[in-house]
Design a protein around this ligand. Structure first.
Ligand SMILES: Cc1cc2nc3c(=O)[nH]c(=O)nc-3n(C[C@H](O)[C@H](O)[C@H](O)COP(=O)(O)O)c2cc1C
Length: 395
């Protein structure tokens, strides 16, 4: 049993998860598309933003909560959808949902999940969003949405950056499949990761064990779901979804300001500036660099969120200063889940909350609404590992 209190930052969780997971699972979670330039760029660009503290502010009382579509969340960090969490831990999406609930924030359940939307809604008391991969036919999308109870899932997030699956060469080399096929290679890797192997076998879901009957059927469909999820989303799809879904509707995967007017015309309520954690098209910009143009184009007419590479409280505060309503995290909570199930997710969120509050104190800020672009200075950064690395140029 990993001593969670001994893991003091997200990087510790990352290392602990790497030690716990078989190589091929680790690579699915940690890896990116193509040469992973965007994966690295997300981090490099966040590091390149400098914080500018304000002098002589009384910071004894600080509130890091935010309103998201009228709902108060305890910290400006939400959980992004990360497909098939069962790979990391048998508690899967239930562990993530409960972890988010106890931290007072939102868990976004993905279309590609181990547990069905009904099960997650039933077992997790906290606020939930649902992420949609538009299905191959409108009938299928309609059937899927019929299972997403709008009284429990307050917003619908439509992912639009997966017209095709990204080039994931780590997975190709590892012979990785989802759902997991028990291959000699996986057995060999699992032998060196007994804690994970035991947890995986004990989980039972999809393998005739403890899982709800409903979930067992669902898991068998996961492979098919993933294959059919890579699909173009059209303006027509968005018009239909707008008429079908009454609550807040978000699109996830926007990187350009000049796309926003069209999205707003379609009636969307929120935008997630995202490059899918560097897992889809490689060489696209870091999300922190794309955020300002999106915020400017949206001009307060929708709520803007951002994800990709956020690992520290300081990272989150930079995005808030640049106009994000909140930040979504993917891998950090999956690492938490891998290392400690629900408790691991809670601990990762606790770390973010403590670091954000600490950043507020040293920055001279007492609440999110005080943050504005004057608190940051942007630098241009070359991605490490490509050319004269780390050379920085002020703009
Ligand atoms: C293992 C994994 C699975 C993911 N699955 C999905 C998914 O099913 N749908 C989706 O919209 N995004 C998915 N994403 C992308 C995340 O929602 C999010 O955009 C990304 O993880 C943010 O970057 P970060 O991991 O650096 O925080 C996935 C990411 C990871 C790491």
């Amino acid at each position: 049993m990993t001593d969670l209190a001994g893991l003091i930052n997200v990087a510790d969780f990352e290392r602990a998860a790497r030690r716990r997971l078989p190589r091929m699972i680790w690579d699915v979670i940690a890896g990116g598309g193509g040469d992973e330039v965007t994966l690295r760029r997300n981090r490099a660009a966040l590091d390149a933003v400098a914080l500018r503290p304000r002098a002589l502010v009384d910071v004894r009382q600080r509130d890091i909560g935010v309103d998201v579509f009228g709902q108060r969340v305890a910290l400006p960090v939400l959980l992004a959808p990360t497909g098939f969490n069962r790979m990391a831990h048998r508690d899967a999406e239930i562990g993530a949902g409960l972890g988010a609930a106890s931290a007072g924030t939102i868990f976004t359940l993905g279309t590609v999940s181990t547990y069905t939307p009904d099960e997650v809604a039933e077992r997790c008391s906290g606020p939930l969003w649902f992420q949609l991969y538009v299905r191959p036919s409108r009938e299928e999308t309609d059937l899927l949405l019929a299972r997403v109870d709008p009284s429990r899932y307050s917003a619908l997030v439509v992912t639009i950056d997966t017209a095709m699956t990204g080039i994931r060469e780590r997975d190709a080399r590892n012979g990785m499949t989802v759902p997991l096929r028990i291959t000699p290679r996986l057995i060999a890797q699992a032998a060196t990761r007994p804690a994970w192997a035991l947890d995986f076998l004990r989980g039972g879901v999809g393998r005739g064990g403890q899982g709800y009957g409903e979930t067992r059927r669902h898991v068998r469909r996961v492979g098919e779901l993933i294959r059919s999820s890579a699909r173009q989303v059209t303006e027509d799809d968005m018009r239909w979804l707008r008429s079908r879904w009454k609550g807040p509707l978000l699109v996830k995967g926007v990187l350009r300001g000049d796309d926003c007017e069209r999205l707003l015309q379609l009636g969307i309520d929120g935008i997630v500036v995202s490059n899918h954690g560097g897992r889809q098209l490689d060489s696209v910009p870091a999300t922190i660099d794309a955020l300002p143009e999106v915020v400017q184009a949206v001009a307060g007419r929708a709520e803007v969120f951002v994800d990709g590479g956020f690992r520290r409280g300081v990272d989150v505060v930079k995005a808030l200063a640049l106009g994000a309503r909140a930040v979504l995290i993917g891998r950090p909570y999956v690492y938490g889940l891998a290392v400690g199930g629900q408790r691991g997710v809670e601990r990762v969120l606790d770390i973010f909350a403590a670091e954000i509050s600490h950043t507020f104190a040293l920055l001279g800020c007492t609440r999110v609404s005080e943050l504005d672009p004057s608190f940051v200075a942007m630098e241009r950064v070359l991605v490490p590992g490509s050319g004269p690395s780390r050379a920085r140029e002020h703009v």
